[in-house]
Design a protein around this ligand. Structure first.
Ligand SMILES: Cc1cc2nc3c(=O)[nH]c(=O)nc-3n(C[C@H](O)[C@H](O)[C@H](O)COP(=O)(O)OP(=O)(O)OC[C@H]3O[C@@H](n4cnc5c(N)ncnc54)[C@H](O)[C@@H]3O)c2cc1C
Length: 381
């Protein structure tokens, strides 16, 4: 079989979107995925206007708009429901020319998968390392097989073994809080806005999806990999948040244990480089961030568009990857650092500190939030 122009490791959001973007520029791609089949693990996801603009570039915005839900407002509230701060989703959509969508991860993955023109996916292939051979990169897999790549795109997520080989110090770091998530078919009045509620027992987020589905997440300060929290049931989470405003306790009550996902929140401290000759890191493999700004997948979608642009602009992949790194490093570092800092603030569970934080956030001038939105949503493709 003729080698593809680009070999991609990982069939997550970054890998699939990049394959689509490269195909649209006339390149051939091949994806190697560790899982036995490509499917989305996770609950819901919010896609900010910068992601919607990237999806528009890929011709996928309409599909996401159909399967997802535009968010009319994003609010931060106190445990008693009082508003701390709010962003108007419609105003944001008008200003930046694109909506903020929420969608089930499964639906997003399906959109990406079905929009590959010539899917060449090898499932059950876990990459374990890479070595150079002249101008090619030889990818090594867990089963002893090897694959020779003319240009290698590493999109295998935060634990990427290839990244850790290229940058041995680049281990994920624990953010200090743990997270439960679920999507529930809600029997009750649907919330009209996405909310994040900050209180003494942690943070609780509600994101309305299509129809009667609600995606929720709960974050609590915790030691890393704590067995007690790992084994938390819906009942335990209900006990934590039963004093929070409606409909939080009811949403938890309507969730079943089988729908519950749990993971500690980790990210990747900014790394100095994404391009390594004919190998490039993208998505979470390059710049995994805590989810506090809801930007991880958004940045992965930006990566896809920009990598394909640079690939079309330069004859050799080394130069395309170098230029990609130049365009992506500062922006993704900003997201990682700001999201990390925001998590520290949002997760303050001490009552007095929490009250001070809420008051300061409520008083912050709108221009502060607007500057952040301008930076994130005025994206340069
Ligand atoms: C709790 C939580 C909430 C989040 N919410 C949002 C949100 O609302 N909005 C947003 O934009 N982002 C959000 N994110 C971030 C987002 O999920 C990630 O940034 C995004 O999924 C990254 O995509 P990726 O393709 O780079 O990596 P991944 O999603 O990790 O995909 C990597 C793929 O590579 C495969 N793989 C792994 N190892 C190997 C290997 N060795 N060889 C081959 N294949 C391999 C995996 O099976 C997977 O298919 C959230 C993250 C978390 C943890």
């Amino acid at each position: 079989m003729k080698a593809a122009d680009f070999t991609i490791i990982g069939g997550g959001i970054a890998g699939l979107a990049t394959a689509i973007a490269l195909e649209q520029k006339g390149f051939s791609t091949e994806i190697f995925e560790a899982a036995p089949e490509i499917r989305a693990a996770g609950a819901g996801i919010s896609l900010a206007p910068n992601a919607a603009l990237a999806l528009r570039k890929l011709g996928l915005e309409k599909a996401v708009a159909e399967k997802g839900e535009p968010l009319s407002a994003l609010s931060i509230r106190r445990a008693n429901g009082r508003l701390i701060t709010q962003a108007d989703g419609l105003q944001i959509a008008r200003k930046y020319g694109a909506s903020h969508y929420a969608i089930h991860r499964g639906a997003l993955h399906l959109i990406l998968l079905t929009n590959l023109l010539r899917p060449a996916i090898h499932a059950g292939k876990r990459a374990v390392g890479v070595r150079e051979k002249g101008k090619t990169a030889i990818v090594q897999f867990h089963d002893g097989a090897e694959h020779e790549a003319r240009a290698l795109i590493v999109a295998d997520g935060i634990h990427s073994p290839i990244r850790r080989q290229l940058l041995p110090g680049s281990a994920p770091r624990y953010a200090g809080y743990t997270c439960w998530r679920a999507v529930v078919e809600f029997d009750g009045p649907m919330p009209v806005e996405a909310t994040e509620t900050w209180g003494p027992n942690g943070r609780f987020g509600i994101v309305p999806l299509k129809g009667k589905q609600i995606y929720w997440f709960a974050c609590k300060a915790a030691p890393a990999n704590d067995t007690r929290y790992k084994n938390f049931t819906v009942g335990d989470i209900h006990s934590l948040f039963k004093g929070y405003h409606a409909p939080i306790p009811e949403i938890i009550r309507q969730t079943s244990n089988s729908e519950l996902l749990w993971n500690d929140i980790i990210d990747l401290k900014p790394i100095p480089e994404f391009a390594f000759g004919n190998t490039v890191l993208i998505g979470d493999a390059a710049h995994a961030t805590t989810p506090n700004m809801g930007q991880g997948a958004c940045q992965a979608l930006e990566d896809a568009v920009i990598l394909a642009e640079e690939a079309a602009r330069h004859d050799n992949p080394e130069e395309a990857f170098r230029q990609f790194g130049k365009r992506r490093l500062a922006r993704t570092h900003y997201v990682v650092k700001r999201s990390w800092a925001l998590g520290r603030i949002a997760q303050a569970e001490h009552r007095l500190l929490g009250a001070m934080r809420d008051a300061l956030f409520a008083l912050a001038p709108a221009s502060v939030t607007e500057r952040q939105f301008d930076f994130l949503y005025d994206v340069d493709f």
